[in-house]
Design a protein around this ligand. Structure first.
Ligand SMILES: Nc1ncnc2c1ncn2[C@@H]1O[C@H](COP(=O)(O)OP(=O)(O)O)[C@@H](O)[C@H]1O
Ligand SMILES: [Mg+2]
Length: 458
């Protein structure tokens, strides 16, 4: 049997209902038969009595004159055939069909009903005995009347069919209502399923239990406990990465100083100096990676409700970042511009938001060819504040677009980088309950537009 809860519940409903219909249907059929038999037997008896009433002595002989009314009582649209037989106990046939299957055992005045066969046709018959006295002579006259079963069967059908139809209708109605009810009542279950399925992998809030069926609650609570344990696990992992990155910084800083010192004292040896310079570059990219890892861990751990509930001006942050990166832009011959129209207050963490703008602008400058333009815009359009970083560089290849927000994913291998910049940006925006989207400028203008939208609180 299928595993669908709905189908199984329907079966549990259908099987007992079917049994119920069968049992009551059978009882109704028996009742209908009983009633039809009674009616038929009464008619048979009335007819037999009428015929018996017409038997009389005439000149010492028994005679009978069959009254038409005795047979008219059987008139029916089904056109049943009626047979009769009137015979005396000395074997003489007074009237009717000679080979009528009479029953000899009939007692006086007690009608005897029985099923028989006449010319291969099943009939229901009655035998009725009348005693005739004449001059001390007693004769038993047996009147038998039988008829075929068509009208009786029709009556059974008429009595029974409507009941059966009504019951089947009721069952169908019950099934339909049950289907509707099940669909309706199973909706919370489907809602839970949808809520679990639609979840972001990192969305670790518990599912809501209120307004849930009592039966569903333990399941949802179990899921919630599982989510909570997962949350602890994830938090521990993040803490580990943050701690590791933090711990790495000290030896790396020390290494930087040592390399500097070594380079200052080996100017005599050009090849050694070169090696040291290469080591210094590696060390710096390691420092960069460690810092980004730490930043990513911080951004992931940041929670809107726990963020310093401070208002910050995103326009000021953008301005500061532009100033910081002006030299870098100049070096890469990029025209770095700003479109800021006054203060744009949002709730957030200044350090993280600075990192966000920094990463986006740095990307735009880094991936745009010399002579390109990068624009940083902060616009207020209540209830939103929008930060956009627009460039006219080569853009991101279509197949890479969906993945650039993943940690360590890089679409260009020829420049240096960690692949963490956009992952960090996304985490920071999400921690601020904002939304970040990547768009492309239409042809013929090329380039990327990264937009982050926050809630205006000015
Ligand atoms: N403005 C941009 N123009 C073109 N490509 C970009 C731009 N910003 C990001 N990318 C692509 O997205 C990838 C991921 O960016 P990011 O996460 O900052 O990592 P990284 O800059 O360290 O490579 C980059 O490798 C780059 O190929
Ligand atoms: Mg980057």
């Amino acid at each position: 049997m299928t595993n669908s809860l709905r189908v199984r519940l329907l079966w549990w409903l259908l099987v007992p209902l079917a049994i119920y219909v069968f049992v009551t249907g059978k009882a109704a059929y028996d009742n209908a038969r009983h009633t039809a038999d009674l009616v038929q037997e009464n008619t048979l008896l009335a007819s037999a009595r009428m015929i018996a009433g017409e038997v009389e002595w005439s000149d010492g002989r028994l005679l009978v004159d069959i009254p038409p009314a005795a047979l008219e009582v059987f008139a029916s649209p089904e056109g049943d055939q009626v047979f009769y037989n009137v015979s005396v106990d000395d074997g003489r046939l007074l009237a009717g069909v000679p080979d009528f299957p009479t029953r000899a055992a009939a007692h006086r005045d007690t009608p005897d009903y029985y099923d028989a066969d006449l010319d291969g046709k099943p009939i229901r018959a009655v035998g009725f005995v009348r005693q005739m006295y004449d001059n001390g002579a007693i004769r038993r006259v047996l009147v038998s009347v039988g008829k075929t079963q068509a009208s009786r069967d029709a009556m059974v059908r008429e009595l029974w069919r409507p009941q059966l139809v009504r019951q089947i209708e009721m069952v169908l109605l019950a099934v339909a209502l049950a289907c509707i009810g099940l669909t309706f009542e199973l909706r919370p279950l489907l809602k839970v399923k949808k809520e679990v399925m639609d979840r972001d992998p990192m969305q670790l809030e518990p599912l809501r239990v209120e307004r849930m069926h009592t039966e569903l609650r333990p399941i949802v609570e179990a899921i919630n406990q599982c989510i909570a344990r997962l949350g602890l696990q994830v938090a521990a992992q993040r803490r580990f990465i943050a701690d590791a990155a933090h711990q790495l910084r000290t030896p790396l800083t020390l290494l930087e100083t040592q390399l500097q010192f070594a380079r200052q004292h080996c100017e005599m040896e050009p090849s050694l100096n070169e090696t040291l310079a290469a080591m210094q570059r590696s060390n710096r990219s390691m420092v960069g990676l460690t810092n980004k890892l730490l930043l990513l861990a911080q951004a992931e751990a940041a929670d809107y409700t726990q963020l310093a509930r401070r208002k910050v001006d995103l326009a000021v942050i953008a301005q500061d970042v532009i100033e910081d990166l002006a030299m870098f832009a100049q070096k890469r011959e990029i025209d770095l511009g700003a479109e800021l129209d006054g203060a744009a207050w949002i709730i957030g963490h200044e350090g993280l938001l600075t990192a966000l703008v920094y990463n986006l602008v740095e990307n735009a400058i880094r991936y745009t060819q010399a002579g390109g333009h990068v624009t940083v815009a902060v616009t207020r359009d209540a209830p939103r504040v929008t930060l956009s970083v627009i460039d006219d560089g080569p853009g991101i290849p279509a197949e890479a677009r969906s993945r650039v927000f993943e940690p360590f994913y890089r679409a260009s291998a020829d420049t240096e980088g960690t692949g963490l910049g956009l992952a960090i940006a996304k985490e920071i925006v999400q921690a601020h309950r904002g939304e970040i989207v990547l768009a492309h400028r239409a042809h013929p203008d090329r380039g990327v537009i990264v937009t982050a939208v926050f809630t205006d609180v000015s």
